[in-house]
Design a protein around this ligand. Sequence first.
Ligand code: FES
Length: 150
Amino acid sequence: MITEHPSKIKFLKRSFFQRILGKCVTSLPADPGCWTYSEGVVTLDLQRAPELSKPGAALRIEGEGLPKRVLLVHGDDGQYHAFCNQCSHGGRRLDPVAETGTVQCCSVGKSTFTYEGRLVFGSAKKDIAAFPLREEDRKLLIDLPNPIAQ
Ligand code: FES
């Protein structure tokens, strides 16, 4: 359920065509070997993913037998956050919106979710899954529930 007034929501600067085509901002890691997946856990080596070093940065983790795409965000709050990278409206990818504590769908509906995955704006009707994660020895371990709930 949407609880935020639309005037409080910030939008990523994207052209209409970028939104129609669903072109997200967030990149794949420069080092594709920075993460592995095994038995429901994604392990990402932060030393091999320098793109994530600053708050506001994000990476897409997908492919290589991963059951669901993951958006990994180094949040404005200094914490890491992981999401199912699939908008609950039409399945498009998400990007972080700087200095708002939210992630937003790259499509025209601009569905926007908090770091907890709670829907605050847009065409979607449901929240997205925010995956639990923890940091150990400069590695992030992201638990993907099985089956993954949307
Ligand atoms: S797919 Fe995300 S708002 Fe439509």
